[in-house]
Design a protein around this ligand. Structure first.
Ligand code: MG
Length: 250
């Protein structure tokens, strides 16, 4: 076979293959994929963690957590009912383990007996990657700035709804967090957050603009994985948490 014929055959095979790729399939098999097969995960019953979750708090101890102030043992109150409560002015607590992108399940409640108002009623918060706060607040009959209300990405994204149960009852947050990406000290891809509050979508894959400070604009310090952190707002908020687990997404 001459070189010219070889080239011709190559071209026909190449263009023929390309045409085949673009052609509308005529059999069901042409659009079916069989591998890789997704792993099997056994779902938990009645809010229990699924089989592949990392359990961060099941009510038995605070062993997976440390003080954010000085990295000593977490000093929050372990209750008999499988929950823990912020111990006022002992500081935030954070996981010993670091995480990047995660699916997080966490349950929280504000005290039945309300105290104060605005940002000082049942304020706590769930910080993804130690930096990005999903607000926890008792917003029942308690107005505040909407980008700081319950379920907000603090001072960045107003929630789509206020879906809290009555004060003193347990709320659930199911959060999907995708970490931002950095190259050479610069953010090249924003992180995202999706939050479902008591089964209601309140943050729909929103772009994280940066950190969530009380004062100032969001900042974008480069970072890798980090702990999950829970806030002691420092005003005797008495917010409680229970049933905390994550599934790593990266
Ligand atoms: Mg807060």
């Amino acid at each position: 076979m001459t070189t010219r014929n070889l080239l011709l055959m190559f071209a026909v095979l190449t263009f023929g293959w390309a045409t085949a790729q673009e052609k509308e399939p005529t059999t069901p098999e042409e659009t079916e994929i069989y591998e890789p097969v997704p792993p099997k995960v056994t779902p938990g019953e009645d809010g229990a963690p699924p089989s592949d979750a990392i359990v961060l708090f099941d009510g038995t101890s605070l062993d997976k957590w440390i003080s954010s102030v000085d990295s000593t043992a977490a000093k929050w109150i372990l209750n008999d009912d499988g929950s823990m409560t912020v111990k006022d002015r002992t500081g935030d607590i954070q996981t010993k383990q670091n995480f990047g992108s995660v699916q997080l399940h966490i349950e929280w409640k504000s005290p039945a007996e309300v105290q104060r108002d605005g940002q000082n009623r049942g304020n706590s918060g769930v910080f993804l990657n130690n930096l990005y706060e999903v607000q926890v607040l008792d917003n029942n009959n308690n107005d505040t700035y909407v980008n700081g209300q319950v379920g907000s990405i603090y001072k960045q994204h107003v929630p789509l709804a206020m879906a809290s149960v009555p004060s003193g009852e347990w709320n659930t947050y199911d959060i999907i967090y995708h970490a931002p990406e950095f190259e050479k000290g610069q953010k090249v891809k924003s992180g995202t957050l999706t939050v479902i509050h008591n089964g209601v979508l309140i943050q729909d894959h929103v772009e994280i603009k940066g950190t969530t400070p009380y004062i100032g604009w969001p900042k974008n310090p480069p970072h890798g994985k980090g702990p999950l952190r829970l806030q002691d707002h420092g005003d005797n908020s008495r917010v409680s948490y229970r049933n905390i687990w994550v599934r790593e997404l990266d």
